[in-house]
Design a protein around this ligand. Structure first.
Ligand SMILES: *Cc1c(COP(=O)(O)O)cnc(C)c1O
Length: 428
């Protein structure tokens, strides 16, 4: 579901005109719908109402504190991957006790700081990390809560850069070794075993791989519950969204017909296997919460025709939204104002950055835009702004949240001074 639709030919987010948002905030600008984010959160929460559970939103998908605050008010937990994300969660009013800390390369400082904040769990990715956490906890005279991330070796059928649950990926501890690692953890005096975790990848568009992972893990979870008294099983995130036809994605019949995963089909596939485990279930959705809830607004700067191609050159670049360049991510591109009469062209939509990889679409059929027109890149709420950079010395874009009928600037566009902040020329 999302809250972007045309009213009188102008694309709106909820009831706010995106032409107006672009006029006030400038372009490029990200615009998000609070109602969409809350709808996703509440539907996932409701789908698992019959099971003791906690949703830990994966902060890396979109970490603006206004968005974290929306979810914190719903009593969401958070899945974090760095100290910086924990800092953001606290700024936003989230509770450290509801934070799980993931990632293969947690630094000593991060472990120390997270221990002091009394987070819910470190999701441990290696035996070296387990030993490190034990040692740091000892120095602080604390017990560190941990879950071991187990790699269930299932194929999520997603892009190789976002697949994490195969044995050749860097993530987690091999399924066959899990019991051994728990036995070692149980002997560490400053470790408190709390759970077990899996996360098989991202943008997974069918429910089957999730069910497969849960079925594979179930006997291990039962065994860990008996032998180590674990309290929770986190089944990770990774639920995919519809990128190709985001307007139809508001229509659950369309989803069903296309066999795409929905919150409901996901719940249906995993609940029967989870119910009997008798432990709390954690979820770590990122993309599902925010992906369809955001668009990137950009203005057409030039339309350039070469012998072979037409290039629509826009004012957003791969530094603002890297998904197409990084993993062939697809974004639907639509005009903010529907042209009354426009021919269809086939064009590459590209940014201003000095890289051939700086494109948003190639050979895309679209209504012919004019210079100065506004375009919306749909479904840009996840892994959009959070992956943005200053490459080519471009200021980070502004972000706007539409909430309760109003547009709120939740991040100012960077200034030129922001670009050089902290830089110094050595003295002669
Ligand atoms: C990135 C990540 C998530 C979120 O993935 P989505 O595909 O955005 O749902 C959840 N858990 C872990 C451990 C992750 O690394």
């Amino acid at each position: 579901m999302h809250s972007f639709q045309y009213h009188k030919g102008v694309l709106h987010c909820e009831n706010v005109s995106l032409a107006q948002v672009a006029k006030e905030a400038g372009t490029p600008v990200y615009a998000y719908s609070a109602a969409t984010i809350l709808d996703h959160y509440r539907r996932l929460d409701a789908a698992f109402a019959g099971i003791d559970h906690l949703i830990c939103y994966a902060v890396k998908a979109n970490s603006n504190i206004a968005i974290l605050n929306l979810l914190a008010r719903e009593n969401s937990g958070f899945d974090i991957v760095s100290w910086g994300e924990l800092f953001r969660v606290r700024k936003a009013g989230g509770k450290p006790e509801a934070c799980t800390f993931a990632g293969v390369g947690k630094s000593e400082d991060e472990i120390r700081l997270a221990l002091r904040q009394e987070i819910l769990s470190f999701n441990v990715e290696s035996e070296s990390e387990l030993k490190r956490i034990d040692a740091i906890a000892r120095s602080l005279k604390r017990r560190a809560p941990v879950a071991v991330r187990v790699n269930p070796d299932v194929d999520a059928g997603t892009h190789k850069y976002i697949s994490t649950g195969k044995s050749e990926n860097k993530f987690g501890i091999g399924f066959e070794r899990a019991m051994e690692v728990y036995a070692a953890a149980a002997k560490m005096p400053n470790i408190r075993i709390r759970g077990v975790q899996v996360h098989i990848g991202s943008q997974i568009t069918t429910a089957a791989p999730f069910a497969e992972a849960v079925v594979k893990m179930a006997p291990l979870v039962s065994e860990l519950s008996r032998s180590h008294g674990i309290e929770f099983f986190s089944i990770g995130g990774g639920i995919g969204i519809v990128y190709e036809n985001s307007f139809a994605s508001g229509d659950s019949k369309w989803w069903k017909k296309n066999g795409s995963i929905t919150i409901e089909s996901y719940a249906e596939a995993v609940i029967p296997h989870l119910k009997k485990l008798g432990v709390r279930i954690l979820f770590e959705p990122g993309r599902l919460m925010v992906g369809n809830a955001g668009v990137l607004l950009t203005r057409v700067n030039y339309v350039k025709k070469t012998g072979k191609k037409t290039f629509v050159i826009v004012d957003a670049g791969m530094n603002d939204l890297i998904r197409p360049a990084l993993y062939q991510g697809y974004h639907q591109i639509v005009p903010v104002k529907k042209p009354a009469r426009a021919g269809t062209i086939v064009a590459d939509v590209v940014g201003p950055i000095c890289e051939s990889g700086d494109f948003f679409a190639q050979d895309r059929a679209m209504p012919e835009p004019k210079e100065g027109d506004l375009l919306a890149l749909m479904s840009a709420g996840a892994y959009g702004f959070s992956m943005a950079s200053n490459y080519n010395s471009r200021p980070l874009p502004a972000e706007v949240l539409v909430k309760d009928g109003g547009a709120h600037l939740i991040r100012e566009r960077q200034t030129s001074e922001d670009l050089v902040r902290g830089e110094k020329i050595p003295e002669e």
